[in-house]
Write a protein that binds this ligand. Structure first.
Ligand SMILES: Cc1ncc(COP(=O)(O)O)c(C=O)c1O
Length: 302
């Protein structure tokens, strides 16, 4: 069993299934949208091997608390920091917490290599295992190229893709600053509009903005939210209902028989989220157009 969050992109949970382990979901903190560390100990059983926490939307988890729980129960701690390249928790970079972390470089990420990602670890055993698994299970330690010691995959990143990543890493500061500028413009224009909540940012974190997700206030339903997204689309503005809970994805319902109400905080929040258009070079006139239409559509619905 691996303890993880139901409010994430499906990959963070699927990787547990690939290892023939069982994802055990724990509900989220409604402010940070990350796994609620206060609920974790209740979910630990004799079968629990690890905690896999996700820095959702780039917002760092409570790593001090997660670290204490993992240590106390002798569990591996894994950080899915796919969305948090550049984020910091108490002055320390995301991706560096736990036994291993990851970054992903799919086209919607802060850095893009087409496909692929990286694993981060200070543990040589884990590093060697990952290198071998990514390379058809080869025995790489003694350069035994044609000796295969485990069932591996072809998860090698093509060099052309890696080259794109290296160039972008060299200007990561500029990329993060541009994204922060866009997020701040949205914040400024939406913070006094009572029908929505802008993303929460605590004083002990530094955000790397992966996406810009607002939440409708409590009186709005999923139906309202979906209507708003549709009406925004009619104005040429692409928004998204981001994320839908993992446990309610058809594949997970089929596998584990989950139902509505199993993780009520996650479900309640996911019914009222709207991801607004977000990318490095979004201009203020475009943000104004998004915000103006969003406000009009919501007021029309009231
Ligand atoms: C939370 C999270 N985990 C993992 C991934 C990695 O997914 P992929 O393997 O498709 O790059 C992503 C990104 O898409 C993600 O958002």
């Amino acid at each position: 069993e691996v303890i993880t969050t139901p409010f994430s992109f499906i990959a963070s949970s699927n990787c547990i299934l690939y290892e023939k382990a069982k994802p055990v979901f724990v509900d989220i903190n409604p402010q940070t949208l990350n796994i609620d560390f206060q609920r974790i100990e209740k979910a630990i059983t004799k079968k629990t091997k690890a905690i896999l926490a996700v820095d959702v939307f780039g917002y760092p988890c409570d790593w001090d608390e997660l670290g204490k729980i993992a240590k106390k129960h002798k569990l591996f701690l894994i950080e899915d920091s796919a969305e948090a390249l550049g984020s910091e928790y108490k002055g320390k970079k995301c991706g560096s917490f736990g036994d291993a972390g990851i970054f992903a470089f799919y086209p919607n990420k802060q850095i893009v290599t087409g496909e692929g990602g990286v694993v981060l670890t200070n543990n040589k055993k884990i590093a060697d295992l990952c290198r071998s698994m990514a390379n058809q299970g080869r025995k790489l330690e003694n350069e035994k190229w044609l000796e295969h010691i485990r069932l591996g995959y072809n998860y090698r990143m093509p060099e052309v893709c890696a080259a794109m990543g290296i160039v972008q890493i060299s200007r990561i500061q500029e990329i993060l600053e541009k994204r922060e500028k866009v997020a701040k413009m949205y914040n400024k224009k939406l913070k006094d509009f009572p029908e929505v909540n802008i993303p929460y940012v605590g004083s002990d974190v530094k955000m790397s903005w992966f996406v810009y997700v607002i939440r409708l206030s409590k009186r709005y339903s999923k139906k309202d939210r979906d209507k708003i997204i549709k009406k925004m689309a009619n104005k040429g503005i692409q928004c998204s209902d981001y994320f839908q809970p993992i446990h309610l994805q058809p594949f997970y319902i089929k596998l584990f028989d989950y139902k509505n109400g199993d993780f009520p905080i996650c479900e309640n929040i996911s019914q009222r989220t709207i991801a607004l258009p977000f990318y490095n070079n979004l201009r203020e006139v475009e943000i104004n157009y998004v915000v103006k239409n969003l406000k009009e559509i919501i007021i029309e619905l009231k």
